[in-house]
Design a protein around this ligand. Structure first.
Ligand code: ADP
Ligand code: ZN
Length: 435
């Protein structure tokens, strides 16, 4: 089902005309209300009136995470505090948290966009949604909550953690949908199995998973462990929170970005040049309807590609591919750029290995070394013999060397050895000395 049929299926020309009108308005507004933008536009020699077409967007300066930090906490707000009804902060995965604010209308739009996401997952008011995204400063919990209520579904405000209680509620309340991080979904499935819960026979039909990168193989694992359809949802607090884009259940191939509210560009992260549609690069967002915290050309640091081809579901909004990783998650090991997701894809190809893995970087002399610790699948009889273990370890090392070009040390460990996530999984442990 399409929640907002009119706006989600606008013909491209009509959509682009709407985008331009909204862009011109937001550019005027930030120029006159936010000191940072006025200074940045003046320095770039561009005035709000110069924006005459969508292509003129590229004339505006980027906004970076550093700009947000420099204006901590409220310096980029475009409305007085009396109009702000909600504050959130990013989870601070990398560096100091950034603070975002919402007016009543911002919350309203966010709720609608999250309702669109649930509808894209095939849900409606008859569904019961188990919301295990964390409630609090993190945008995940409340964002999904308001969207589920807007849809008219029954929402269970579980929040993250307390896995035993979650398992009890999953059995007793019979939710038909679950939202959480993909790593937490696996964790729930695993603990449920260990407690003897028949996880494949819960009432769950669909899962809406996001907030961290995950692979198609991990999707297969979650789908078979929980006997559900697992869909991808994307968002970031700076731009709004969850619900910036959502995969549709009809297409299952990329997440539609709600383009009546966000403009998207893909740039070369090194040069800042805008890349043609279809090329891989860094996602850049401009919010065109937000009141409290509008963002102009915000560099997300998330690496992906865009696809403008029509989708089976009828939505006309562009689709983004899975996020490969963030440019700041990228490890540089002896000169080679490595994303944790690339290693994940190789590891999960092995029948005897699980998607529970962690990358440890350390320094030997002047050289960076990468150790890949990965758990054996619990279904495989174990522990593995020394010969079997070293054979799969060498196989993965060879694959990584062949596909990514770096030498690593792979170590297969027993199920349950590695720390489980309650929210976003920690995939990299950097043991290198800080200079
Ligand atoms: P923080 O930047 O502190 O982690 P957020 O909670 O706002 O704060 O996280 C947003 C980030 O989470 C995105 O920029 C992206 O890197 C990641 N993310 C969110 N959804 C997905 C997804 N579906 N796939 C991959 N990464 C995602
Ligand atoms: Zn679609």
């Amino acid at each position: 089902m399409i929640y907002n049929e009119e706006f989600e299926t606008l013909p491209r020309e009509v959509l682009e005309a709407l985008q331009l009108k909204r862009l011109q308005q937001v550019v005027q507004r930030v120029y006159h209300t936010v000191g940072h933008y006025r200074a940045a536009f003046d320095e770039a020699g561009v005035k709000p009136d110069d924006i005459k077409s969508l292509a003129d967007l590229a004339r505006l300066p980027f906004t970076t995470k550093q700009d947000l930090r420099d204006n901590y906490p409220f310096g980029l707000f475009a409305v007085p505090m009396s109009s702000v009804v909600r504050l959130h902060a990013s989870s601070g995965t990398t560096g100091r948290a950034t603070v975002v604010g919402y007016t009543k209308r911002d919350i309203d739009i966010w709720s609608e966009l999250m309702a669109r996401c649930f509808a894209a997952a095939g849900l409606n008011k008859n569904d019961i949604i188990h919301n295990a995204y964390g409630y609090g400063l993190f945008t995940g919990g409340l964002g999904a909550h308001y969207g589920a209520e807007r849809l008219g579904a029954s929402v269970i405000p579980m929040s993250g953690g307390n896995t035993k209680r979650q398992l009890m509620i999953l059995q007793d309340f019979g939710p038909t949908a679950i939202c959480c991080t993909p790593s937490y979904a696996l964790n729930l499935a695993e603990q449920g199995r260990a407690m003897g819960v028949d996880m494949r026979n819960l009432k769950l039909r669909v899962g809406i998973f996001g907030a961290e990168p995950w692979s198609d193989k991990m999707r297969d694992d979650i789908e078979s462990a929980l006997n559900i359809k697992a869909l991808n949802i994307y968002g970031l607090s700076e731009v709004m929170g969850p619900g910036v884009s959502m995969e549709c259940i009809e297409g299952l191939s990329g997440m539609h970005i709600f383009e009546d509210h966000f403009l998207t560009e893909i740039i070369d992260p090194e040069t800042g040049a805008v890349l043609p549609c279809g090329e891989k690069g860094e996602l850049v967002f401009t919010t065109i309807t937000k009141e409290a915290f509008p963002l102009i050309r915000f560099r997300s640091r998330d690496i992906t590609t865009l696809n403008i081809a029509p989708c089976r579901c009828g939505r006309t909004h562009v689709r983004m591919d899975r996020v490969m990783g963030r440019s700041d998650d990228m490890l540089i090991i002896r000169g080679v750029n490595v994303f944790p997701s690339q290693i994940e894809e190789i590891v999960v190809q092995q029948a005897s290995l699980s998607p529970h893995y962690v990358l440890e970087v350390h320094r030997e002399g002047h050289l960076d070394e990468l150790d890949v610790l990965v758990e054996r699948r619990p279904e495989i009889p174990g522990p593995l013999s020394i010969a079997a273990r070293s054979s799969v370890e060498h196989e993965v090392e060879r694959e990584i060397k062949g596909l990514i070009g770096i030498s690593t040390k792979v170590r297969v460990v027993e199920p349950g050895t590695l720390q489980r996530s309650q929210g976003k999984a920690v995939r990299v442990i950097d043991k290198r000395p800080k200079n």
